[in-house]
Design a protein around this ligand. Sequence first.
Ligand code: NAP
Length: 474
Amino acid sequence: MTANGSAPSPLRVAIIGSGPSGFYAAEALQKQDAAVEIDMFDRLPTPFGLVRGGVAPDHQKIKSVTRIYDRIASHPGFRFLGNVTIGEDLTRDELRRHYNAIIYAVGAPADRSLGVPGELLAGSHAATEFVGWYNGHPDYRDRTFDLSQESVVVVGMGNVAIDVARVLARTVDELVKTDIAPHALEALRESKVRDIYMLGRRGPAQAAFTNPEIKELGELIGADIVVSPAELELDEHTLKYLAETEEREAEKNLRTLEHLATIPRSGKPRRIHVRFFVSPLELHGSGRVERVLLGKNRLVPGTNADLRAEATGETEMLSAGLVFRSVGYLGVGVPGVPFDSRSGIMPNTAGRVLSPSGAPSVGEYAVGWIKRGPSGVIGTNKPDAVETVEALLEDAGAGRLPVVVEAGRAGIHRLLAERGTRVVSFDDWRALDALERSLGAAAGRPRLKFTRIAEMLGALGPGRSQGVGGTHHP
Ligand code: NAP
C-alpha cells in the first residue's frame, strides 16, 4: 500500500495521546483534501488528557472545549483506541509497520524538582500529583495529602500554582458544584488548611500566571488574598523591561496585584499569601516537613533578555506542614523514539522528530508539550498542531513517508486481541461519560468520575469484536 492519500489507499496516521494537541492534529488532518484514516491511542480508557486530568474542577467552562473534540471524533475515518499503552501493548516498530505516519501527542506527565535538601520529606509533593489526585486521574487515585496541616507552601508562580492554591482555598459548597473527584471532595471537606503561601523566586512582573487567574484569587468566598506592597516595588531592570516590551500581561498583572494589595483582610477563614523574591533553600522537619527555609532574592540581568533571581544572602523561616512544588511539568520519552531528557521534549523541527544524527526520523512527528515543552494554554495547541500536520502532508506529497507493510486496521486489532488488551472505543467512552453524568446528576453534581481503570472497564463490560471496542469503523 502506498501513502498517496487517495481513497483506496488512504494516509494512515496514528496519533499517540488524546489531549488537546492530539485532537487538534486530528482536526488539521481532517481539514485537508486527501483521504486519511486516524487511529488515536491513549493509555487511559478516557480521552482528553489534561482537559480531564489537569484543568481545575472549578473551571468547568474551560472543559466544554471537549465538545469540539467530540465532533472531531465523530468524523468518518477517526477511531479511538483507549487503554492501549505504546511501548507495552504495542511497540513503536509495530506502529511503524501499520501506519504511514505517527504523531506523538503525549504531553509532559512528569514534574520538575527543586533540587533542595529535604525535598523528599513526607509532606513534600509535586503539584502535578495533587492536581491528578483531585481530578481523579487513575495514576494518582491513591495518593494522600495531609490536609490536617494549617500552613501550606506552593512553590511557583504559574497557573498550576494558582490552581492548587485556589482549590485548597475553596469552600466545600463551592467544590461540590464541580466535578472534583469524590475522594478529593471528602478529604478537602475535613481540611484544616488556613494559610497558603505561593512563593515566586522572581518579582511580580515576572510571574508566569495569566491575568484572569490572579484576579480570580481576589474573588474567593472563603479566602482573603494577602499581597505585600513592599514586594511589588519594581527595580530598574524591570522598569526598563516594561518600558520596552510590547507584551501587556506583566503590566496587567502588576495593576491587579497593586489592587489586591490594597484590599484589607476581611477575616475569611483562609488566606492566600502571594510572596515574591523568595526561593525555598531547604525543607526542614523530623520525619516530615515542618518548616521551609527561604532565601530572599533580587533580580539581575540573565543571559538573554530575561532577569534572573540572585540570592541576597538574607533568609527567613516559614512554618509549613505541606509543600507543593509547582515549578513546571516535564516530558517523558516513548520507548524507541528520540527524546532529549534534559529539555523533556522530542527534538524536532516544525514537528518533524529528529533522530540523534539530526536528520528527520522518517514518518514521526510531535505536537503539543512533547514538541515545545509545557507552555501555553489549550488554544496554543491548535496552531502548533497545524504546523506539524503541514510538515507531515508536505512529506506525504513528496513521497517521503514510509510505506505501510502490514494489513490495515485489522492488523492492529489482531495484535491487541492476541495480547488480551481491552481496547476502549469512543462509543465506550460515550457510555462511560453518560454514566458519570447520570451518577453526578443523582448527587447534584456535574459528574461523578470513575477514578480507577478497573472500575471503568468493569462498567463497560467485555469488549466487542475480539476485545476491540467500537462498532462503526471496522
Ligand atoms: P509555568 O507557567 O512554567 O510556571 C512555572 C513557575 O515555576 C514559574 O513561576 C517559575 O518561575 C517557577 N519556577 C521554575 N523553577 C523554579 C525553581 N527552581 N524555584 C522556584 N520557582 C521555580 O508552569 P505551570 O504553572 O506548571 O503551567 C504549565 C502551563 O500550563 C502554562 O503554560 C500555564 O499557563 C498552563 N496552565 C494554564 C491554566 C489556565 O489557563 N487556567 C491552568 C493551569 C496551567 P520563573 O519564571 O522564575 O522560572
